[in-house]
Design a binder for this molecule. Structure first.
Ligand code: FE
Length: 214
């Protein structure tokens, strides 16, 4: 193929096709406004396929911060019906006890995470639900106001980074949510935002179309 002068084509560092296919599949799933249980069941199957391989997430969206866990936006539906993020945990990092306000699916891509669930007891205090659970590579957890929405999540790996891929039923970084004092149960509003102002380029399919030319 001829070189185009003054035009630089950047080679993609990773093959992002699995993420693009996930976004396409999730868009089709959400399209008809299905019930939450259907989204969680079919979404789980889509997420399971996405995290079955670990060669599609560029390093810049898997980079830990020395002090804080990171939440990188990978995609947001234009109608904000769902968003996809990578959560990146350095050793020892954990969330405060928090809610989501919308459904969410959490799939572990690398390493492992610890999760403790809570609910509001009759007195208004938070009560732990069950034991601390460990999610390992390939495992998927679900949250929602209907099935239990309050938890605390931590990196379960003492010496290495863990990465999980989350899907939520909103533009999660812009949702007003709550963090809780685990002792008093007192809630405080928070908006998580995102750790980066750039997103992966899902749509450079030029390598495929260029290959078809030759
Ligand atoms: Fe959470």
């Amino acid at each position: 193929m001829e070189e185009l002068e003054g035009y630089s084509m950047r080679e993609q560092a990773v093959d992002i096709t699995p993420l693009r296919n996930f976004v396409i599949g999730f868009t089709r799933l959400i399209e008809g406004g299905p019930e939450e249980a259907v989204v969680l069941e079919e979404g789980r199957a889509l997420l399971s396929r996405l995290i079955a391989r670990d060669d599609w997430l560029a390093e810049e969206f898997a980079r830990p911060h020395p002090d804080f866990y990171q939440q990188y936006l990978l995609y947001c539906d234009p109608l904000e019906r769902f968003s996809v993020v990578s959560f990146v945990w350095g050793p020892g990092q954990k969330t405060p006890v928090h809610n989501h306000g919308v459904w969410g699916l959490i799939g572990v891509l690398r390493g492992s995470e610890g999760s403790i669930r809570f609910r509001r007891g009759p007195s208004g205090a938070l009560e732990q639900v069950g034991k601390r659970e460990v999610l390992r590579q390939g495992d998927i957890d679900a949250v929602s106001p209907a099935i239990g929405d309050i938890h605390e999540v931590s990196n379960n790996e003492p010496e290495r980074t863990s990465v999980s891929i989350h899907v939520y039923g909103a533009n999660i970084g812009a949702v007003v949510r709550e963090v809780y004092d685990p002792v008093t149960g007192r809630a405080k509003a928070f908006v998580s935002g995102y750790s980066s102002s750039v997103m992966p380029n899902l749509w450079d399919r030029s390598a495929e179309t260029r290959a078809a030319l030759s």
